[in-house]
Write a protein that binds this ligand. Structure first.
Ligand code: 0A1
Ligand code: ZN
Length: 875
């Protein structure tokens, strides 16, 4: 490994590129074994550099010409990821010809072949695997792209912008020329060439322009695109209505590919999607997958403004586009579906993925200040905590001022590459607010912990709130943050009480407190009794409330009566966390005496039975906090204890409410009616299936689950039944799994669910089974969806088996990471992340995990992606 490849890139070292690229013409002769690219760059010096430096990797450089003259070899050097042309004039044209083999590109960055079609992935630094270029987001230019390929094998030729020419060539080849009228950075370049089916539709914008919409898929998949197309049109309309943002070209293409490292990519007017994020029909997609399609389609579309028209100055600003665009897709989903249920899901995922990241060795700020490999920074922190940061600004300013801030941001920065500071400045200016302390959310890592205590004397209720953030790597000392915390009060009967700050005239049902200091006391008047406080309603701030004045009775009261639906769910979760941690402690102490769960079980049953509440919400109430979230609350993680406690509490609930669950399953199955992918139907199915999951703890109900599997007219009900059977030792399990396999063995994307079920299984033979499954004809280490479905699910969603005491789970994972190190290091590095948890494990597992991390670090030729995660995780 050369040291250059491990170079640390720092935000503090940002310098503008010393040339302007006035235009770029690309001509591709597409061939899987040897593609040739001619790039013509027109350049003008804007700085003082004498030499021109371009990025480029893993290509053969065929020739370089300056102003039409082929350069002799002593005028340039190519190597170590750069092409340096010495002593260039102030303005000139450079022609660079490169060659490479897309069919051998297993990293899936740059130009590669997926299922016989050519496609590209250029974010973050894939363009440098196509040609030599300043591959950085602040270098924007106009692209003209010529594609030449065999006409029979690749009848469809697509790139960004508009097609301005096409025709036939000799030898059975044809060509198309595409021109993108908008300046863009190289990471938004895309091309696709293949034999594809087109699903066509249209959208009329609010200003009356007609946009052609196409979704391109493998032949036969057209009918599975209906939902994605509807989602796209909804997203286009929503962005006009809510953000005043209209689509800016006459054509919008979406292509689905089977081998893709992430979910999807927002290339200008040519979005490329992982097929998983486009294809959906009742037989193959669950409700959660329909919702995923809807939100990813919207997310990528929203990037057209927040990402493409205004892009990032450098990759440290990644959250400028990602945090904002995630917040926008969350708002969209909340408008399309149940807002509180959406919020609950967001918070679950934040706690399940981002909080652990922020509390572990890979913690980094929303705007990181250094990286070795930028691909490692497409994280829950940059995306999801980044979205929380935008949400807090929205809350502090109010919806109207926030929208003014967006308008101002677009007005100031359209067509340019901007920074997180630019965004915050637009918000501060439009809202008339000082956000200087608030901006610490961008630079300070770690999840703040709040400790809340109360006093009630002489009619004055006081809440004292202390905030603290633990040290994170490279940040030993933390400063207090500016935190918006919404609170409300309830009386003992569950009626709302007014919230009036001392010295103020107005009272409200709810109020956003602004924390700015390490410790602050808020005094409230006009209360004839001590209220029960409802804290962090709607999850206004991404914090952990580690101490509150709540008793179990308070939690039960909030569960039943808080007017904020999110807070009702949250009260149940906190109640469950307290109980579960006590159960874990009791088990660890060898005691048979756990805490009394009866009152909680009773309160949970009342919420689940309350027909005045949304079914989707009740399903959420019935879902206990995850093993991972519980693990986060423990200084030393007791993997088996957590799992045992959670199962025991689930059994208590199942025992107490058997009749209720039977009724809920039947009535809500009936209420769902024939399948339609609506939020309402999904809510009924979710509640019926949450009930089934409790019933299924009893092996006697295996028949019921098998019946549901057989009768299901949709994948949601089929999967819910399979999940129940999956952990049972009953003949029905194999019967259903085999049936699923036979039905879908020709469709790897659907078979992924079958791989995942087995990877999640609690059975003792799970690891042995996984090893067998790696030899299944549909499995391939070259397809990231397969890798995630089998190995990712095992490492992230099967704590008991992954953390097996003999360390076999760790060794299996690391073997796969080392295989991916050369094949697809981006995916390998992601897979390695759970190993970073070793610090919080007990001595024996600590030793096993660190030994495996050391094995990674001792491997020669580690890719920078894998090296960065392994070294940080081990540190
Ligand atoms: N920008 C895309 C996600 C994406 C990021 C990186 C990729 O390769 C390293 C690919 C896609 C999004 O936010 O949807
Ligand atoms: Zn994005």
């Amino acid at each position: 490994m050369k040291t250059e490849e491990r170079r640390v890139i720092r935000l503090s070292e940002y310098a503008p590129y010393p040339f302007r690229v006035d235009s770029l013409a690309l001509a591709f002769d597409l061939d899987p074994a040897k593609t040739r690219v001619q790039a013509t760059l027109r350049l003008t010096r804007t700085g003082t550099a004498a030499d021109l430096e371009l990025d480029g990797e893993d290509m053969t450089l065929v020739s370089v010409a300056l102003d039409g003259e082929t350069l002799p070899a002593d005028r340039y050097t190519a190597g170590d990821g750069k092409l340096v042309v010495r002593g260039v004039p102030d303005a000139f044209t450079l022609d660079v010809v490169t060659e490479f083999a897309p069919a051998e590109n297993t990293k899936l960055e740059g130009l590669y072949v997926s299922d016989g079609m050519f496609c590209t992935q250029c974010e973050a630094q894939g363009f440098r695997r196509i040609t030599y270029f300043p591959d950085r987001p602040d270098v924007m230019t106009r692209y003209t792209v010529t594609l030449r390929a065999d006409k029979a094998a690749y009848p469809v030729l697509l790139s960004n912008g508009n097609r301005i020419e096409q025709g036939d060539l000799d030898g059975g080849r044809h060509f198309a020329v595409w021109e993108d009228p908008f300046n863009k950075p190289s990471y938004l370049f895309a091309l696709v060439a293949g034999d594809l089916e087109r699903v066509q539709d249209g959208f009329r914008t609010r200003s009356g322009r007609d946009i052609e919409l196409n979704i391109w898929v493998e032949h036969g998949n057209g009918p599975r695109c209906t939902f994605a197309m509807e989602s796209l049109k909804k997203a286009m309309k929503w962005d006009e209505d809510v953000y005043g943002l209209e689509y800016d070209l006459d054509l919008f293409n979406v292509v689905a590919v089977s081998a893709f490292n992430m979910g999807a990519m927002e290339n200008k007017s040519l979005n490329i999607f992982n097929a998983k994020a486009i294809l959906a029909d009742p037989d193959t997609a669950t409700d959660a997958e329909y919702e995923y399609v809807e939100s990813v389609v919207a997310h990528e579309y929203f990037h057209n403004w927040t990402g493409n028209r205004i892009t990032c100055r450098d990759w440290f600003q990644l959250s400028l586009k990602e945090g904002l665009t995630v917040f926008r897709d969350q708002q969209f989903s909340a408008d399309m579906r149940s807002a509180p249920v959406e919020r609950i899901n967001q918070v679950r995922s934040l706690r399940g993925r981002q909080f652990p990241e922020d509390g572990g060795p890979l913690a980094h700020p929303v705007r990181p200040d250094s990286y070795i490999e930028i691909n490692n920074f497409y994280t829950a922190t940059v995306y999801d905590k980044g979205a929380e940061v935008i949400r807090m600004m929205h809350r502090l300013l109010g919806a109207e001022a926030y929208r003014k801030g967006i308008d101002l941001y677009v007005e100031r920065h359209d067509g340019t590459a901007a920074t997180c500071d630019d965004f915050a400045a637009a918000m501060a200016d439009a809202g008339g607010r000082d956000l200087s302390q608030f901006k610490l959310w961008y630079s300070q890592a770690g999840t703040p912990q709040l400790r809340v205590t109360e006093t009630y004397e002489d009619g004055v209720y006081a809440l004292t709130i202390r905030q603290h953030t633990d040290p994170t790597p490279g940040q030993p000392d933390k400063r207090p943050l500016h935190i918006p915390l919404e609170v409300g009060f309830l009386d003992r009967t569950g009626q709302p009480l007014p919230v009036r700050l001392e010295g103020e005239d107005t009272a409200a049902d709810s109020r956003v407190l602004e924390l700015r200091e390490a410790e602050q006391t808020f005094r409230f008047t006009g209360l004839a009794e001590k209220p029960v406080p409802s804290l962090n309603r709607g999850f206004t701030a991404p914090v952990r409330l580690v101490e509150t004045p709540h008793t179990d009775a308070d939690r039960a009261l909030l569960m039943a009566h808080d007017p904020d639906t999110f807070a009702r769910w949250e009260a149940g979760q906190q109640y469950a966390v307290d109980l579960l941690l006590k159960m874990v402690a009791a088990r660890a102490a060898g005691s048979n005496e756990g805490p009394d769960t009866a009152a909680f079980v009773e309160a949970l049953g009342s919420s689940a039975a309350d027909e005045s509440l949304d079914a989707a919400f009740r399903a959420q109430v019935l879902t206990l906090p995850s093993d991972d979230f519980l693990a986060e609350q423990m200084a030393v993680i007791d993997i088996d204890g957590i799992h045992a406690a959670r199962e025991a509490l689930r059994r208590d609930i199942a025992r107490a409410h058997g009749a209720l669950f039977r009724r809920l399953r039947d009535t809500h199955r009936a209420a769902a009616g024939p399948f339609a992918p609506t939020a309402e139907g999904a809510g009924h199915r979710a509640l019926a299936n949450a009930a089934l999951s409790y019933l299924g703890l009893d092996a006697a109900n295996a028949k019921l689950a098998l019946e549901q599997y057989r009768a299901a007219d949709n994948m949601t009900d089929a999967m819910a039944a399979l999940r129940v059977l999956n952990d049972l030792d009953v003949p029905e399990r194999a019967e259903a799994l085999d049936h699923f396999h036979d039905r879908f063995k020709g469709d790897p994307l659907v078979l992924d669910k079958w791989f995942s079920l087995q990877a999640m299984s609690q059975r003792p033979d799970t690891l042995a089974r996984l090893k067998d499954l790696m030899g299944h004809p549909a499995f391939s280490m070259r397809n990231p969806n397969r890798v995630r479905a089998l190995i990712g699910v095992f490492a992230n969603a099967n704590p008991v088996r992954f953390h097996a005491e003999d360390g076999a789970g760790y060794a299996f994972l690391v073997d796969r990471v080392l295989e991916l190190n050369s094949l697809n290091p981006q995916i390998g590095a992601r897979l390695l992340q759970p190993m970073g948890r070793w610090r919080r494990m007990e001595a024996a597992r600590k030793a096993l995990m660190t030994r495996e991390l050391d094995r990674v670090l001792a491997t020669p030729d580690l890719a920078p992606d894998v090296y960065e995660i392994a070294s940080k995780a081990r540190a």
